[in-house]
Write a new protein. Sequence first.
Length: 477
Amino acid sequence: MLTDAKIKAAKKREKKYRLSDAGQLYLEVSTAGGKSWRMNYTFGVNPKGKPIQKTLTFGPYPALSLLDARARRDEAKALLREGRDPSVERRLAVKAQTIAHLNTFESVMGTWFELNSGWSIEKLRAWMKTHDGKFSPVHCANWTIDPNGRWSAQHASDVITSLWRDITPAIGELPITSIKAPKVLEVLQAIERRGAIETAHRLRQRISGVFTYGIAAGVCDENPAAGIGKALKDIPKAKPQPSIIDGMETQEERVAAVKKMLTDCTAERCRAETKLALLLLALTHVRPGELAGARWEEFNLDADQPFWRLPAARMKGDKERKGESGGDHIVALSTHAVRVLHVLRRLTGKFGLCFPSERHVHQPISENTLRALLIRAGYYQRHVPHGFRAAFSTIMNERPASDRMEGDRDVIDLMLAHLPEQKSGSESAYNRAAHMPRRHQLAQEWGDLIVGEMPDPETYIGQPIRYAATGPGRLAA
């Protein structure tokens, strides 16, 4: 039996030699004085039926102590009793560890994302490299490799952006098998601390999706994100988006408030395109994002009943809804909306987008552009762009009985693209284009109510768009 004293006293010789311990464990001393723990054993037989002699190397002394070497020997003997070759098991363990380090969270996340989105992350990164590190889902055809991906382009963009921003910097380089629930909770609580509670819950779901895929792919055995939802703060109840009519009880108050707000906003100094965008949003009561992405090819202004065909792909909903045959939303256009568009065409008609960004004409204006105009006009937290939908719905549904027709409530819902669940695609397509004559009547009535007395939209062209750097500013304007 060896002791530490005997091992330390062992000196180099002209030939290497061994110091035996017990159970086939020994210390080999090299001619240079290096000391290494080894163990001889037999496993299997050769073609002649004789046992095959093998040697297992555990590691150098003193990095591996006598006690640790004996423990390694005992582990090897336990494997032998189970009929397993210790050297083979070691190679398998090393290989598994190597694979574990290759299967980082970010690499598994990338595969999971590509399967669901149909995008190539490699192609997406290449695009971003040549576009100032940015990308927009409107250009996704440049990195889509599977058009049948489960997610819409916008959702895929939201997912990868949130993961790159909040998750991969924290755990992206870690082997996925090394990530446990406390680490995931730590990352999500950091997001909570900045007040993004709903984002933390959404990211927990996305992290959980990555681990669920990893389990199915055989690269991890557990999902540490699955059970920590209750450890996060409760999501605050969603507040309705503010509309200028909130709390008003009479039609006169509501209509007057909407008209004043539009008058105040169009009196502000800003680009004519921005004022026209706000007017068109008020007149068509579509969602702000749908307006921002409007393209000239979507409008038919010369029809007996002019309309705007909003492609299903740009509408709110899941990918199945967006890809629905005949699922375009038809927006009836009043004479007021048509006039706004004719004036707007003089400004942006040469572009594909009706409302291009001031700096990048191939990109739409930001949804914050209209929000900023409302704030400048004094409507902070009193009205947001989305609030026109609530104003239209409330005012038109609360008209005097003498002005309403049977079924108007359902028609108004159609005008807002609030469709009930349908049993078939054909039924849904029929409903989306139903009641167009009445929809035009209601659109005209709405336009007469809110902008009928306002100046012609052409007056906004050529007006000052900024205030002087010196002088009294807005108050004198």
